[in-house]
Design a protein around this ligand. Sequence first.
Ligand code: ADP
Length: 438
Amino acid sequence: MTSLPEEEPAMPNNHMKSDVPWLGVIADDYTGASDVAGTLVDAGMRVVQTFGIPDLTVPPQDVDCIVVSLKTRSVSPGEAVEESLAAARALRSCGVRQLYFKYCSTFDSTSEGNIGPVADALREEFAAAGQVTVVAPGTPALRRTVYNGVLFAGTDLLQESSMRHHPLTPMSDSNVPRLLQAQTTTPVGHVGYSTIEAGAAAVRSQFQNLGDDATGYVVVDTLTDRHLEVLGAAVFDHALVTGGSGLVGGLAAARRSSVPPKSTPAARPTGPAAIIAGSCSEMTNAQIATFRQLRPCFLVDPVAVAEGRDVIAQALNFARENLPRGPILIHSTASPEDVIRTQRKLGKVRAAAITEDSLAAIAEGLVGMGCRQLIVAGGETSGAVVRRLGVTTAHVGKQASPGVPWLTTQTAPSLSLLLKSGNLGGPTLFLDAWDDNL
Ligand code: ADP
């Protein structure tokens, strides 16, 4: 990111001297948490990622940012609010100055929420009175941009992107103010890119005007990394910020990190390697198609599990046979048509639960047979797997691809974990991510 112009508001430059982490992120799914954590590591921050509500009675040492991974995207709004508040309170109790509510850059929501209800609860308890709360899903590094409040995935409107087929949170509108307003009674406003181009002082003044008019949320246009940098400077003193993974890069730049990126990344555990995929995204389907040409794959069919067939044992037999010869892949990933067929037979919620439980049990079996490197594709899937493995904390290392860092778990046995949001990574990720240099 480039440096800010002279006339922008001055930021304190001593934040990094404190031992207290300055940023606490509450992420609504595990892969989104990894995405933020990787962005912060790239910006030179020392990051710990926790899974579930963290016990921070002994705050982590030598850490700038704590990223809490929750699985609250598709649960009931009440449950999402309760867990998010508990995570926020834990973060504030260990001295974190700024809270960041992280949701997907494609604004993944159910028909009931949960972005609005969670943001409302966090705002009520933690935001300064009269201060607007920024809503910034745009993450240009992942080709998610917001223009006139409308969200694009690459060159497609969100509602015309592959997100319209998501098994749990299909997105059929692209207008972010409208999507959010359907989830909250707090008035939602918008700040366009021309104000953001004018710099942080102009943005702050616009925020002030909107706040004076009782607007609570402000969706911001985001077309470039430079816009994130301006926004980071504009909200550096906000107690609560919300967005995708992009804006944390802007916040990190505004904090003027004095921590140089590590020149030699700490070695991560190596050993037998596997991929568990429960994402049905277009990119995960493409990654599996590429991997399948060179390496062995096993398909978990949720209908077969529901019919009582021992698919887990079959998957583990497949693993036992193939794991010694290199990375293997076990997936439930299917085409949109197959997912609809399965959901018609089992119901949407039951299909997801059966699939997630099966993949989590398989992951546990894999670790039991000595697997020490695991890629998990899918946010909900990662949540299920990580919970089953009992992992509570991980150090965040280098990214295999933007938004996908390797994690080293702190729970025995130490594992290399890569939690990949469905749409992230390129088609060869499952073949390339193991590279020893990462
Ligand atoms: P993403 O990161 O792409 O959103 P998730 O893991 O968050 O991926 O969501 C995918 C959801 O689809 C999970 O709940 C998973 O259990 C479910 N799922 C996976 N495979 C199938 C399938 N074959 N049929 C029905 N649902 C499936």
